[in-house]
Design a protein around this ligand. Structure first.
Ligand SMILES: [Zn+2]
Length: 381
């Protein structure tokens, strides 16, 4: 069945302007497993735009050979609102400039609305329960409020992803190695993906409160299961992951081609696309808990002079950088050390080296939970 492409209009935000989403659909609607992809929900993060562009080529070729076994929904860009935001020559696509906040936080929680629809219907059969929960979540997503342009964007994306068996929200960091976020219940799946993509970092979350897009897809399953005490009677029906494709400037055909091939391999491994993915190569890392990740902060304002490159393994207590107070009269007394509190891989840092007080400037993935890192909270507002 050939790919179907549709355009979904958002509400016009001002006279004479209108934005829209583009949706590519592969396979038979309703076929399983279903996979959902979009890129640049944070609209200033562009590696995923090129990677999905390559993935579309691979999917078109597989489609022409009749190899789409499940269903695939792919949006080449998730956030036309953010893509259109510029300030003095720079795209500012992480936060909605009309006050709507971080585009990847505070997504609607479908749990309560789905629970109302499930009232008294859940039994002991996992497959039947899976279908009922999937249908209840889809109905709940269809009922989301759609008053503002941003609400329409969020309701549309969540309606398209809800019901999928796997959801890939493709982002990037500032200066960074590839890393994957997923719920801890999906450790096996995310480690398989890490093998297919050779991701050197996997971070496991435990139901974060501030509901980024991946959690908005996973959390209702986790929460319904917990509230109804279902355990084995309800599968973890949606594996959702935030795929951080390295750094902001890592936009190159070679990387995008190889990342698209990794995603495509994973689709074959999961039976969404027919074909031989080849033997699973082990992930080049162990999964580490989100609360084991140290987030280095600037203790004041100044220039951050790094002592290590990303990709370095460091020990707790290690000197990572010095903050140089450029207002100090004595350069010898201008330096404040910044140490790692985790032992692990230094995998990401801020591109800007002129820090403001409290800025998050670096990330180290450690295996041991850190006392100052709160479980269930993400990194930034
Ligand atoms: Zn992002």
């Amino acid at each position: 069945m050939p790919r179907i492409t549709e355009e979904i209009a958002l509400a016009s935000p001002s006279p004479g302007t209108r934005r829209s989403l583009k949706v590519h659909r592969y396979g038979t609607p309703g076929a399983r497993p279903k996979a959902y992809f979009h890129a640049a929900l944070h609209a200033d993060e562009w590696p995923g735009l090129l990677t999905l562009n390559h993935l579309i080529g691979l999917l078109d070729a597989a489609d022409a050979e009749g190899r789409i076994a499940g269903e695939i929904v792919l949006l080449p860009y998730a956030n036309p609102i953010g893509l259109s935001q510029h300030h003095h020559g720079y795209n500012t696509g992480r936060f909605a400039s009309d006050g709507g906040g971080n585009f990847n936080r505070h997504w609607p929680d479908l749990t309560d609305a789905a629970m109302e629809r499930l009232d008294g219907k859940i039994g002991k059969d996992p497959a039947a329960n899976d279908e009922m929960v999937r249908a209840a979540l889809k109905a709940a997503a269809a009922d989301l409020p759609r008053r503002t342009e941003l609400e329409i964007l969020k309701a549309t994306l969540l309606s398209l992803s809800t019901g999928a068996d796997m959801v890939f929200d493709v982002h990037c960091d500032d200066v960074s190695m590839m890393h994957l976020y997923a719920h801890k219940n999906h450790r096996d799946e995310v480690m398989t993906l890490a093998g297919d993509m050779q991701s050197p970092v996997v971070l496991l979350e435990d139901d974060p409160d501030d509901l980024p897009f991946d959690s908005a897809n996973t959390a209702p399953w986790v929460r319904i299961k917990r509230r109804l005490g279902l355990d084995e009677a309800l599968p973890d029906g949606c594996f959702a992951t935030t795929v951080e494709l390295r750094g902001h400037n890592d936009v190159m055909d070679d990387l995008a081609r190889s990342d698209a091939a990794g995603l495509f391999r994973h689709l074959m491994r999961r039976g969404v696309v027919a074909g031989d993915p080849g033997p699973l190569v082990a992930a080049p890392c162990e999964a580490t808990p989100l609360e084991g990740m140290d987030v280095l902060r600037a203790p004041g304002t100044g220039i951050v002079a790094w002592r290590h490159e990303i990709g370095t393994r460091v020990e707790a207590g290690e000197l990572m950088a010095e903050l140089v107070d450029i207002e100090a009269d004595d350069p010898a007394a201008a330096r404040t050390p910044i140490h790692s509190r985790a032992s692990g891989l230094f995998f990401a840092r801020k591109a800007d080296t002129l820090a403001r007080p409290g800025d998050q400037i670096g990330k180290i993935a450690g295996a041991e939970p850190l006392s100052h890192r709160q479980a269930g909270s993400l990194l930034s507002p």
